[in-house]
Design a protein around this ligand. Structure first.
Ligand SMILES: Cc1ncc(C[n+]2csc(CCOP(=O)(O)OP(=O)(O)O)c2C)c(N)n1
Ligand SMILES: [Mg+2]
Length: 392
């Protein structure tokens, strides 16, 4: 063999090696791109086609499917009624859940009665699943009470407006029930914006190291008022769980079946003593942040329109119809039930008693307080300063 030919062979080898490297690199790149695409657990496509998932699946009867549909329709009706009441001046404010019905009904229906829920201020669908009278949610938004209900009667904690704080309450509660030896679990809701709060990250640390039976359900509705998700995180939110040492999963938040299956599985895991799970429900806030917000100032109509095609109610309706699981009579009855609910909500809100202004001082401290007494006296004098003495 000549020197040239050896050199030539070497070159050939090198060049084919280089080729291999190139194709291996591009394959690696392609697979990295693929794995960078976060997996979304989905059981019902936006077109209403049933698909299967190797890890999460669910077998529901036609009646159960109709039940989920009914929950979503009535929740949406309640919500739109509340928005209308605010526009009519009957409520001071409303935070709509429009678009998030599947995330809330799916996760809410995964709960057992003895499980405990810590909501934010937007979980009207979960409240519905817990059997909280929807009109109870409206007192605070009308400004006639402090937003109270008895959390222990439905295992549904009070609405929490201080972002993320409820995840710590949930973690502490979960650590407590674990010490009691109960096999129930805790479900804590929060938003994509709240995921940046220290409280949420602290609750991840505590729940992980104490193996607390809590499921964190993050509704990533893509916006925190006017801040887009890109301003909250550089990685898909569910992937954060790995850094704390527990599983995270991203579910199609507009797919009620997938939300039910994934939440049920995470709650079961918590009950078995295997610790927390982070569920990221990938969804969209179709309405404004609250009735005080104008989303046209910071987001495009086209974005909302793209999500309208993924509507959680329409896709289940398509599935029910295609499979013959619901007939025209079912949809008609539900429409009538919806009307009745709307009327009931309007009547109850308008009849809510106007509280005695002085009553706000009554329950600040159980045993009274000198400062509160002083404030009470000042406020009484202020009221008396108006003509008629009532401050009206
Ligand atoms: C600790 C705290 N900081 C700021 C606010 C004001 N605030 C109320 S709602 C909100 C955005 C929350 O966004 P996200 O967590 O995504 O929930 P979403 O409203 O989208 O359901 C902010 C900043 C607050 N309530 N609490
Ligand atoms: Mg949000």
């Amino acid at each position: 063999m000549t020197v040239e030919s050896t050199a030539a062979r070497k070159t050939t080898r090198r060049s084919s090696g280089a080729k291999r490297t190139t194709s291996a690199a591009s394959a690696k790149k392609a697979s990295a791109a693929k794995s960078a695409e976060p997996e979304l657990v989905q059981l019902l496509t936006p077109e209403g086609e049933r698909v299967h998932h190797p890890e999460y699946d669910i077998d529901l009867s036609a009646e159960e499917l109709r039940g989920l549909y009914r929950d979503m329709v009535l929740t949406r009706r309640f919500d739109s009624e509340a928005t209308a009441l605010q526009r009519q001046g009957e409520l001071g404010l409303w935070a709509s859940l429009l678009g998030q019905e599947a995330a809330q009904i799916g996760s809410g229906r995964a709960l057992r009665d003895d499980d405990y829920v810590f909501p934010t201020y937007r979980e009207h669908g979960v409240a519905w699943c817990r059997g909280v009278d929807p009109t109870n949610l409206l007192g605070m938004f009308r400004g006639v009470n402090n937003g109270g209900w008895d959390p222990s009667s439905n295992n549904f904690h009070l609405y929490t407006i201080v972002l993320g704080s409820q995840t710590l309450h949930a973690t502490g509660y979960a650590m407590g029930i674990a010490k009691d030896g109960a096999d129930s679990a805790v479900l804590a809701y929060f938003g994509d914006g709240a995921s940046s709060q220290g409280d949420v990250n602290e609750s991840f640390v505590f729940s992980a190291v104490y193996n607390a039976p809590v499921v964190f359900f993050c509704q990533n509705n893509q916006w925190a008022i006017s801040e887009p998700i890109e301003k909250q995180t550089r990685v898909p939110l569910y992937q954060r769980a790995a850094g704390f040492g527990f599983p995270g999963v991203r579910v199609d938040g507009n797919d009620v079946l997938a939300c039910l299956a994934v939440t049920r599985s995470a709650l079961e895991r918590a009950r078995r003593g295997e610790g927390p799970t982070l569920i990221e429900a990938f969804t969209y806030r179709m309405a404004a942040h609250t009735t005080s917000d104008d989303p046209t100032r910071y987001r495009r109509d086209a974005e909302r329109e793209a999500w309208e095609a993924k509507d959680p109610i329409l896709r289940l309706k398509a599935y029910l119809e295609n499979e013959g699981h619901a007939d025209a009579a079912f949809f008609e009855e539900l429409e009538a039930e919806s009307e009745t609910l709307g009327k009931h909500v309007r009547e109850v809100v308008r009849a809510m008693p106007v509280p005695d202004h002085m009553a706000m001082f009554d329950h600040t401290y159980a045993d009274g307080h000198a400062l509160v007494d002083e404030e009470r006296a000042q406020f009484a004098a202020y009221q008396a300063s108006f003509e008629g003495g009532e401050g009206e």
